[in-house]
Design a binder for this molecule. Structure first.
Ligand code: SF4
Length: 484
Protein backbone atom coordinates (compact mmCIF):
# COMPACT_ATOMS: atom_id res chain seq x y z
CA UNK A 1 0.00 0.00 0.00
CA UNK A 2 1.26 3.45 -0.91
CA UNK A 3 1.77 5.59 2.24
CA UNK A 4 0.82 9.23 1.59
CA UNK A 5 3.74 11.61 1.95
CA UNK A 6 3.78 14.42 4.51
CA UNK A 7 3.46 17.73 2.74
CA UNK A 8 5.60 20.76 3.62
CA UNK A 9 5.17 24.16 1.98
CA UNK A 10 7.89 26.76 1.53
CA UNK A 11 6.29 30.04 0.54
CA UNK A 12 7.96 33.32 -0.34
CA UNK A 13 7.39 36.23 2.01
CA UNK A 14 9.98 38.98 2.35
CA UNK A 15 8.12 41.48 4.55
CA UNK A 16 6.47 41.51 7.96
CA UNK A 17 3.11 42.51 6.52
CA UNK A 18 0.30 40.96 8.66
CA UNK A 19 -2.22 40.97 5.79
CA UNK A 20 0.13 39.23 3.42
CA UNK A 21 1.12 36.72 6.10
CA UNK A 22 -2.57 36.07 6.83
CA UNK A 23 -3.20 35.35 3.13
CA UNK A 24 -0.22 33.00 2.85
CA UNK A 25 -1.08 31.09 6.03
CA UNK A 26 -4.78 30.82 5.14
CA UNK A 27 -3.90 29.39 1.75
CA UNK A 28 -1.35 27.09 3.38
CA UNK A 29 -3.97 25.79 5.80
CA UNK A 30 -6.33 25.12 2.89
CA UNK A 31 -3.68 23.25 0.92
CA UNK A 32 -2.73 21.18 3.96
CA UNK A 33 -6.33 20.54 5.00
CA UNK A 34 -5.85 22.26 8.35
CA UNK A 35 -9.15 23.27 9.93
CA UNK A 36 -8.70 24.56 13.53
CA UNK A 37 -11.53 23.94 15.95
CA UNK A 38 -12.40 23.76 19.65
CA UNK A 39 -9.82 25.19 22.03
CA UNK A 40 -7.11 26.51 19.70
CA UNK A 41 -3.72 27.34 21.20
CA UNK A 42 -0.95 29.14 19.30
CA UNK A 43 2.59 28.52 20.60
CA UNK A 44 5.13 31.05 19.28
CA UNK A 45 8.82 31.19 20.20
CA UNK A 46 9.36 34.11 22.59
CA UNK A 47 12.41 32.77 24.40
CA UNK A 48 13.44 36.39 24.88
CA UNK A 49 12.21 39.59 23.28
CA UNK A 50 13.23 43.21 23.10
CA UNK A 51 12.86 45.41 20.02
CA UNK A 52 16.38 46.83 20.35
CA UNK A 53 18.47 44.24 22.19
CA UNK A 54 16.94 40.96 21.00
CA UNK A 55 15.07 41.87 17.79
CA UNK A 56 15.61 38.57 15.94
CA UNK A 57 15.17 36.03 18.75
CA UNK A 58 11.39 35.65 18.65
CA UNK A 59 8.42 34.99 16.39
CA UNK A 60 7.49 38.47 15.25
CA UNK A 61 4.27 40.18 16.27
CA UNK A 62 3.25 40.74 12.63
CA UNK A 63 3.59 37.01 12.05
CA UNK A 64 1.40 36.19 15.05
CA UNK A 65 -1.07 38.83 13.88
CA UNK A 66 -1.30 37.31 10.39
CA UNK A 67 -1.65 33.75 11.71
CA UNK A 68 -4.47 34.71 14.10
CA UNK A 69 -6.35 36.33 11.19
CA UNK A 70 -5.88 33.17 9.10
CA UNK A 71 -6.99 30.95 11.98
CA UNK A 72 -10.14 33.04 12.48
CA UNK A 73 -10.92 32.74 8.78
CA UNK A 74 -10.42 28.95 8.69
CA UNK A 75 -11.64 27.82 12.11
CA UNK A 76 -14.96 26.22 12.94
CA UNK A 77 -16.73 25.40 16.22
CA UNK A 78 -14.29 27.61 18.11
CA UNK A 79 -14.37 27.49 21.90
CA UNK A 80 -11.27 29.61 22.45
CA UNK A 81 -8.29 31.05 20.61
CA UNK A 82 -5.24 31.66 22.82
CA UNK A 83 -1.53 32.41 22.63
CA UNK A 84 0.68 30.57 25.13
CA UNK A 85 4.40 30.45 25.88
CA UNK A 86 7.06 30.36 28.60
CA UNK A 87 10.03 32.63 27.94
CA UNK A 88 13.57 31.59 28.76
CA UNK A 89 16.24 32.58 31.29
CA UNK A 90 13.66 33.11 34.10
CA UNK A 91 12.35 36.36 32.62
CA UNK A 92 8.57 36.64 33.23
CA UNK A 93 6.65 35.80 30.05
CA UNK A 94 4.47 38.87 30.64
CA UNK A 95 7.54 41.04 30.15
CA UNK A 96 8.57 39.20 26.99
CA UNK A 97 5.08 39.41 25.47
CA UNK A 98 5.05 43.15 26.08
CA UNK A 99 8.50 43.60 24.54
CA UNK A 100 7.54 41.42 21.57
CA UNK A 101 4.54 43.70 20.92
CA UNK A 102 2.12 40.81 21.46
CA UNK A 103 -0.20 42.57 23.92
CA UNK A 104 -1.67 44.88 21.25
CA UNK A 105 -2.17 41.96 18.85
CA UNK A 106 -3.83 39.83 21.55
CA UNK A 107 -6.11 42.70 22.60
CA UNK A 108 -7.07 43.68 19.05
CA UNK A 109 -7.95 40.11 18.10
CA UNK A 110 -9.75 39.55 21.43
CA UNK A 111 -7.86 36.29 22.05
CA UNK A 112 -6.51 34.99 25.33
CA UNK A 113 -2.92 34.96 26.62
CA UNK A 114 -1.59 32.03 28.63
CA UNK A 115 1.66 32.77 30.45
CA UNK A 116 2.83 29.25 31.13
CA UNK A 117 4.93 30.37 34.12
CA UNK A 118 1.64 31.35 35.79
CA UNK A 119 -0.36 28.27 34.84
CA UNK A 120 -0.94 25.15 36.91
CA UNK A 121 1.62 22.50 35.93
CA UNK A 122 0.23 19.02 35.44
CA UNK A 123 2.03 15.70 34.92
CA UNK A 124 1.62 13.82 31.65
CA UNK A 125 2.46 10.11 31.58
CA UNK A 126 4.82 9.02 28.79
CA UNK A 127 4.97 5.53 27.35
CA UNK A 128 6.91 5.59 24.06
CA UNK A 129 9.87 3.21 23.90
CA UNK A 130 13.14 5.12 24.10
CA UNK A 131 11.74 7.82 26.43
CA UNK A 132 14.00 9.38 29.01
CA UNK A 133 11.29 9.82 31.68
CA UNK A 134 7.90 8.35 32.57
CA UNK A 135 6.36 11.76 33.34
CA UNK A 136 6.81 15.31 32.18
CA UNK A 137 5.11 18.41 33.55
CA UNK A 138 3.39 20.88 31.25
CA UNK A 139 1.00 23.79 31.80
CA UNK A 140 -2.68 22.92 32.05
CA UNK A 141 -3.73 24.88 28.91
CA UNK A 142 -1.60 22.48 26.85
CA UNK A 143 -3.43 19.44 28.17
CA UNK A 144 -6.81 21.10 27.60
CA UNK A 145 -6.30 22.39 24.07
CA UNK A 146 -7.87 20.62 21.09
CA UNK A 147 -5.78 22.17 18.35
CA UNK A 148 -2.17 23.23 18.88
CA UNK A 149 -0.59 25.52 16.30
CA UNK A 150 3.19 25.71 16.55
CA UNK A 151 4.78 29.01 15.45
CA UNK A 152 8.56 28.67 15.80
CA UNK A 153 11.17 31.19 14.73
CA UNK A 154 13.62 29.92 12.11
CA UNK A 155 16.92 30.03 14.02
CA UNK A 156 20.31 28.46 14.46
CA UNK A 157 21.02 27.17 17.96
CA UNK A 158 24.42 26.76 19.65
CA UNK A 159 23.23 23.76 21.72
CA UNK A 160 21.19 21.87 19.10
CA UNK A 161 22.41 23.35 15.77
CA UNK A 162 18.90 24.57 14.88
CA UNK A 163 15.55 25.32 16.49
CA UNK A 164 12.38 24.75 14.49
CA UNK A 165 9.16 22.92 15.39
CA UNK A 166 10.40 20.12 17.70
CA UNK A 167 12.74 22.33 19.72
CA UNK A 168 10.05 24.98 20.22
CA UNK A 169 8.41 22.60 22.72
CA UNK A 170 11.06 23.46 25.33
CA UNK A 171 9.02 26.65 25.78
CA UNK A 172 6.07 24.58 27.05
CA UNK A 173 7.64 24.09 30.46
CA UNK A 174 7.93 26.47 33.39
CA UNK A 175 11.31 27.11 35.06
CA UNK A 176 10.87 24.41 37.67
CA UNK A 177 10.66 21.70 35.00
CA UNK A 178 12.43 23.25 32.04
CA UNK A 179 15.92 22.92 33.47
CA UNK A 180 15.45 19.24 34.41
CA UNK A 181 17.57 17.32 31.83
CA UNK A 182 18.60 20.59 30.16
CA UNK A 183 22.11 19.14 30.08
CA UNK A 184 23.65 16.10 28.39
CA UNK A 185 20.05 14.89 27.90
CA UNK A 186 18.59 18.00 26.25
CA UNK A 187 17.99 16.28 22.91
CA UNK A 188 16.30 13.31 24.65
CA UNK A 189 14.12 15.75 26.60
CA UNK A 190 12.97 17.47 23.40
CA UNK A 191 11.96 14.08 21.97
CA UNK A 192 10.09 13.23 25.21
CA UNK A 193 8.03 16.43 25.00
CA UNK A 194 6.65 15.40 21.60
CA UNK A 195 4.57 12.72 23.30
CA UNK A 196 2.58 15.32 25.25
CA UNK A 197 0.81 16.70 22.19
CA UNK A 198 1.35 16.84 18.43
CA UNK A 199 0.80 20.18 16.72
CA UNK A 200 -1.90 20.05 14.05
CA UNK A 201 -0.48 22.94 12.08
CA UNK A 202 3.00 24.46 12.03
CA UNK A 203 4.09 27.77 10.50
CA UNK A 204 7.72 28.86 10.91
CA UNK A 205 8.57 32.55 10.85
CA UNK A 206 11.50 32.47 8.43
CA UNK A 207 10.96 35.95 6.99
CA UNK A 208 14.06 37.13 8.84
CA UNK A 209 15.83 34.07 10.20
CA UNK A 210 18.35 34.04 13.07
CA UNK A 211 21.94 32.87 12.71
CA UNK A 212 24.46 31.52 15.24
CA UNK A 213 22.97 32.23 18.71
CA UNK A 214 19.41 31.61 19.92
CA UNK A 215 19.06 34.63 22.24
CA UNK A 216 21.17 37.05 20.23
CA UNK A 217 21.01 35.78 16.65
CA UNK A 218 22.30 37.82 13.74
CA UNK A 219 19.59 38.43 11.12
CA UNK A 220 19.42 36.59 7.83
CA UNK A 221 16.82 37.69 5.23
CA UNK A 222 15.50 34.25 4.33
CA UNK A 223 12.15 35.51 3.02
CA UNK A 224 10.21 32.32 3.68
CA UNK A 225 7.31 30.88 5.64
CA UNK A 226 7.50 27.12 6.14
CA UNK A 227 4.24 25.27 6.83
CA UNK A 228 3.24 21.69 7.50
CA UNK A 229 1.25 19.40 9.76
CA UNK A 230 4.06 17.17 11.05
CA UNK A 231 6.98 18.46 13.14
CA UNK A 232 9.56 15.95 11.89
CA UNK A 233 8.68 16.63 8.26
CA UNK A 234 8.79 20.40 8.73
CA UNK A 235 12.11 20.23 10.62
CA UNK A 236 13.62 17.93 8.00
CA UNK A 237 12.80 20.40 5.21
CA UNK A 238 13.99 23.34 7.33
CA UNK A 239 17.32 21.55 7.92
CA UNK A 240 17.80 21.09 4.17
CA UNK A 241 16.99 24.76 3.65
CA UNK A 242 20.21 25.64 5.53
CA UNK A 243 22.39 22.72 4.36
CA UNK A 244 22.12 20.63 7.51
CA UNK A 245 21.82 16.86 7.39
CA UNK A 246 18.70 16.08 9.51
CA UNK A 247 20.56 13.07 10.95
CA UNK A 248 22.96 15.52 12.64
CA UNK A 249 20.13 17.06 14.64
CA UNK A 250 19.84 14.56 17.49
CA UNK A 251 16.34 15.51 18.71
CA UNK A 252 14.99 15.12 15.16
CA UNK A 253 16.67 11.74 14.87
CA UNK A 254 15.22 10.61 18.23
CA UNK A 255 11.74 11.88 17.35
CA UNK A 256 11.79 10.12 13.97
CA UNK A 257 13.04 6.90 15.60
CA UNK A 258 10.14 7.08 18.05
CA UNK A 259 7.71 7.25 15.13
CA UNK A 260 6.69 10.92 15.18
CA UNK A 261 7.42 11.45 11.50
CA UNK A 262 9.96 11.26 8.70
CA UNK A 263 13.49 12.63 8.45
CA UNK A 264 14.06 11.84 4.80
CA UNK A 265 13.00 14.00 1.88
CA UNK A 266 11.93 10.78 0.11
CA UNK A 267 8.96 10.64 2.49
CA UNK A 268 8.04 14.31 2.17
CA UNK A 269 6.35 16.25 -0.61
CA UNK A 270 7.91 19.71 -0.67
CA UNK A 271 5.65 22.26 -2.35
CA UNK A 272 5.00 26.02 -2.30
CA UNK A 273 6.30 28.79 -4.57
CA UNK A 274 9.87 28.86 -3.20
CA UNK A 275 11.77 25.80 -4.56
CA UNK A 276 14.13 24.17 -2.06
CA UNK A 277 17.08 24.47 -4.47
CA UNK A 278 16.51 28.22 -4.75
CA UNK A 279 16.34 28.54 -0.96
CA UNK A 280 19.59 26.61 -0.66
CA UNK A 281 21.18 28.96 -3.17
CA UNK A 282 20.14 31.89 -0.98
CA UNK A 283 21.40 30.30 2.24
CA UNK A 284 24.94 29.48 1.08
CA UNK A 285 26.26 31.92 3.69
CA UNK A 286 23.78 31.09 6.49
CA UNK A 287 25.82 30.73 9.68
CA UNK A 288 25.37 27.98 12.24
CA UNK A 289 27.40 28.07 15.45
CA UNK A 290 27.98 24.60 16.80
CA UNK A 291 31.41 25.01 18.36
CA UNK A 292 32.97 23.86 21.60
CA UNK A 293 33.72 26.72 23.97
CA UNK A 294 37.44 25.89 24.17
CA UNK A 295 37.61 26.60 20.41
CA UNK A 296 35.06 29.39 20.38
CA UNK A 297 36.86 31.54 22.96
CA UNK A 298 40.37 30.57 21.93
CA UNK A 299 41.38 33.96 20.49
CA UNK A 300 38.81 36.03 22.23
CA UNK A 301 40.53 38.22 24.79
CA UNK A 302 40.53 37.47 28.47
CA UNK A 303 38.21 34.47 28.64
CA UNK A 304 39.67 31.01 28.11
CA UNK A 305 38.05 27.65 28.68
CA UNK A 306 39.30 24.32 29.94
CA UNK A 307 36.89 21.54 29.01
CA UNK A 308 37.21 18.09 30.56
CA UNK A 309 35.21 14.93 30.11
CA UNK A 310 31.54 14.32 30.90
CA UNK A 311 29.73 11.61 32.81
CA UNK A 312 27.36 10.15 30.20
CA UNK A 313 28.35 7.48 27.72
CA UNK A 314 26.41 9.02 24.84
CA UNK A 315 28.41 12.26 25.04
CA UNK A 316 31.64 11.84 27.04
CA UNK A 317 33.55 14.61 25.21
CA UNK A 318 31.17 17.51 25.54
CA UNK A 319 27.93 18.71 27.11
CA UNK A 320 25.97 20.25 24.27
CA UNK A 321 22.80 20.91 26.25
CA UNK A 322 24.02 22.78 29.32
CA UNK A 323 26.66 25.04 30.85
CA UNK A 324 28.98 25.55 27.84
CA UNK A 325 26.18 26.83 25.60
CA UNK A 326 24.91 29.03 28.44
CA UNK A 327 28.39 30.61 28.64
CA UNK A 328 28.32 31.41 24.91
CA UNK A 329 24.85 32.96 25.13
CA UNK A 330 25.86 34.99 28.21
CA UNK A 331 28.91 36.44 26.45
CA UNK A 332 26.71 37.47 23.53
CA UNK A 333 24.22 39.12 25.88
CA UNK A 334 27.05 41.27 27.27
CA UNK A 335 27.73 42.31 23.67
CA UNK A 336 24.20 43.61 23.23
CA UNK A 337 24.89 46.03 26.09
CA UNK A 338 28.44 47.14 25.24
CA UNK A 339 31.18 46.15 22.78
CA UNK A 340 34.03 43.73 23.38
CA UNK A 341 33.25 42.46 26.91
CA UNK A 342 35.88 39.75 26.39
CA UNK A 343 38.54 42.46 26.17
CA UNK A 344 37.15 44.65 28.97
CA UNK A 345 36.90 41.84 31.47
CA UNK A 346 39.70 40.72 33.79
CA UNK A 347 41.27 37.39 32.94
CA UNK A 348 38.94 34.46 33.63
CA UNK A 349 39.44 30.74 33.18
CA UNK A 350 36.20 28.81 32.79
CA UNK A 351 36.53 25.17 33.82
CA UNK A 352 33.83 22.62 33.09
CA UNK A 353 33.73 18.81 33.20
CA UNK A 354 36.15 16.42 34.82
CA UNK A 355 39.57 18.02 34.42
CA UNK A 356 42.90 16.49 35.39
CA UNK A 357 46.30 18.17 35.69
CA UNK A 358 47.40 21.75 36.33
CA UNK A 359 45.41 24.67 34.89
CA UNK A 360 48.54 26.72 34.13
CA UNK A 361 46.88 29.97 35.17
CA UNK A 362 48.25 33.43 34.39
CA UNK A 363 49.28 35.48 37.45
CA UNK A 364 45.99 37.33 37.98
CA UNK A 365 43.67 34.85 36.29
CA UNK A 366 40.56 33.85 38.28
CA UNK A 367 38.69 30.60 37.85
CA UNK A 368 35.00 29.70 37.51
CA UNK A 369 34.38 25.99 38.15
CA UNK A 370 31.01 25.70 36.46
CA UNK A 371 28.39 22.99 36.87
CA UNK A 372 27.72 20.00 39.10
CA UNK A 373 29.71 17.59 36.92
CA UNK A 374 32.93 19.59 37.26
CA UNK A 375 35.83 18.19 39.27
CA UNK A 376 39.45 19.20 39.66
CA UNK A 377 42.21 18.99 42.23
CA UNK A 378 45.35 21.10 42.41
CA UNK A 379 46.79 24.38 43.67
CA UNK A 380 45.61 27.91 42.92
CA UNK A 381 47.79 30.75 44.20
CA UNK A 382 49.50 28.41 46.64
CA UNK A 383 46.24 27.05 48.11
CA UNK A 384 45.17 23.43 47.76
CA UNK A 385 41.82 23.29 45.97
CA UNK A 386 39.56 20.28 45.55
CA UNK A 387 36.38 20.54 43.47
CA UNK A 388 34.16 17.46 43.61
CA UNK A 389 31.44 16.42 41.20
CA UNK A 390 27.87 16.29 42.49
CA UNK A 391 26.36 15.34 39.14
CA UNK A 392 23.27 13.10 39.14
CA UNK A 393 22.20 11.18 36.08
CA UNK A 394 18.63 11.61 34.78
CA UNK A 395 17.22 8.57 36.62
CA UNK A 396 18.51 9.98 39.94
CA UNK A 397 16.68 13.30 39.44
CA UNK A 398 13.02 13.22 40.45
CA UNK A 399 11.06 15.59 38.19
CA UNK A 400 8.31 15.81 40.88
CA UNK A 401 10.74 17.29 43.40
CA UNK A 402 12.48 20.04 41.51
CA UNK A 403 13.75 23.42 42.63
CA UNK A 404 11.71 26.52 41.77
CA UNK A 405 14.41 28.43 39.81
CA UNK A 406 12.64 31.61 40.85
CA UNK A 407 14.25 34.69 39.30
CA UNK A 408 14.77 36.55 42.61
CA UNK A 409 16.00 33.49 44.48
CA UNK A 410 18.50 32.66 41.76
CA UNK A 411 19.72 36.21 41.59
CA UNK A 412 20.11 36.49 45.38
CA UNK A 413 21.98 33.19 45.56
CA UNK A 414 24.36 34.18 42.76
CA UNK A 415 25.02 37.65 44.17
CA UNK A 416 25.60 36.21 47.67
CA UNK A 417 28.01 33.61 46.28
CA UNK A 418 29.85 36.34 44.36
CA UNK A 419 30.05 38.61 47.44
CA UNK A 420 31.33 35.77 49.62
CA UNK A 421 34.08 34.87 47.18
CA UNK A 422 34.93 38.35 45.90
CA UNK A 423 38.56 38.21 46.94
CA UNK A 424 39.08 34.52 46.17
CA UNK A 425 40.95 33.38 43.07
CA UNK A 426 38.23 30.90 42.25
CA UNK A 427 34.51 30.35 42.56
CA UNK A 428 32.49 27.15 42.47
CA UNK A 429 29.12 27.47 40.73
CA UNK A 430 26.69 24.62 41.16
CA UNK A 431 23.77 23.71 38.92
CA UNK A 432 23.05 21.30 36.11
CA UNK A 433 22.89 23.41 34.12
CA UNK A 434 24.20 26.74 35.37
CA UNK A 435 21.77 29.08 33.63
CA UNK A 436 22.54 31.95 31.25
CA UNK A 437 21.38 34.50 33.86
CA UNK A 438 23.71 33.01 36.50
CA UNK A 439 26.60 33.12 34.03
CA UNK A 440 26.00 36.86 33.63
CA UNK A 441 26.34 37.37 37.41
CA UNK A 442 29.51 35.32 37.80
CA UNK A 443 31.27 36.62 34.70
CA UNK A 444 30.53 40.24 35.60
CA UNK A 445 31.65 39.81 39.23
CA UNK A 446 34.88 37.96 38.50
CA UNK A 447 35.61 39.85 35.29
CA UNK A 448 34.65 43.21 36.87
CA UNK A 449 32.42 44.25 33.99
CA UNK A 450 28.92 45.74 34.09
CA UNK A 451 26.16 43.26 34.91
CA UNK A 452 23.23 43.52 32.44
CA UNK A 453 21.04 41.75 35.04
CA UNK A 454 21.30 44.91 37.16
CA UNK A 455 20.65 47.50 34.45
CA UNK A 456 18.17 49.86 36.25
CA UNK A 457 15.73 50.60 33.39
CA UNK A 458 15.55 47.02 32.25
CA UNK A 459 15.24 45.63 35.75
CA UNK A 460 12.51 47.98 36.92
CA UNK A 461 10.25 46.74 34.10
CA UNK A 462 11.25 43.12 34.68
CA UNK A 463 10.47 43.44 38.42
CA UNK A 464 6.99 44.88 37.75
CA UNK A 465 6.31 41.92 35.44
CA UNK A 466 7.83 39.56 38.02
CA UNK A 467 5.47 40.63 40.83
CA UNK A 468 2.44 40.53 38.53
CA UNK A 469 3.53 37.03 37.54
CA UNK A 470 3.84 35.94 41.19
CA UNK A 471 0.42 37.31 42.12
CA UNK A 472 -1.19 35.89 39.00
CA UNK A 473 0.44 32.50 39.55
CA UNK A 474 -0.96 32.37 43.06
CA UNK A 475 -4.47 33.35 41.93
CA UNK A 476 -4.33 31.00 38.95
CA UNK A 477 -3.00 27.95 40.75
CA UNK A 478 -4.98 28.16 43.96
CA UNK A 479 -8.11 30.19 43.15
CA UNK A 480 -8.33 29.55 39.38
CA UNK A 481 -8.48 33.31 38.69
CA UNK A 482 -6.48 34.67 35.73
CA UNK A 483 -5.08 38.22 35.72
CA UNK A 484 -5.17 39.90 32.32
S1 SF4 B 1 26.82 20.46 35.09
FE1 SF4 B 1 26.66 21.64 33.20
S2 SF4 B 1 28.25 20.82 31.87
FE2 SF4 B 1 27.92 19.32 33.52
S3 SF4 B 1 26.42 17.88 32.72
FE3 SF4 B 1 25.30 19.45 33.85
S4 SF4 B 1 24.74 20.96 32.29
FE4 SF4 B 1 26.36 19.71 31.42
Amino acid sequence: MLVPKHKVLIVRCDAYDPERIAGIVKQGMQELGARPSGRILLKPNVVIAHPRRFPHAFTRREFLDGVISAVKARAENVKEIAVGERSGIVIPTRYSFKQAGYLDVIKRHKVKAYYFDESRQVPVRLSKPGRLRDNVYVPQPITECDYLINLPKFKAHPWCRVTFSLKNFIGLQDDRHRLVDHNLFLEHKIADLQEVIEPKFIAIDGIIAGQRMMLTPTPFPLGAIVMGTNSCAVDTVACHMVHIDPKDVAHLRFAAERGYGPMSLDEIEVAGDFPLEEVQERTQSFEICFERIDDYFRDDGNLTCTVGTFPEEHSPDYCWGGCPGALQEAMHIFKTFYPEPEKRMKRIRYVVGKVAGPLDLEGDERVIFAGNCTSWEGRIGGDAVKIESSYKTASAVDERRTRSHDMLLKMSKALWNCARKRSSRYIRVTGCPVSVAEHLHYLSTLGKIKNPNLEPRLMSMVYIAYWRMRISRFLNRFLRITLR
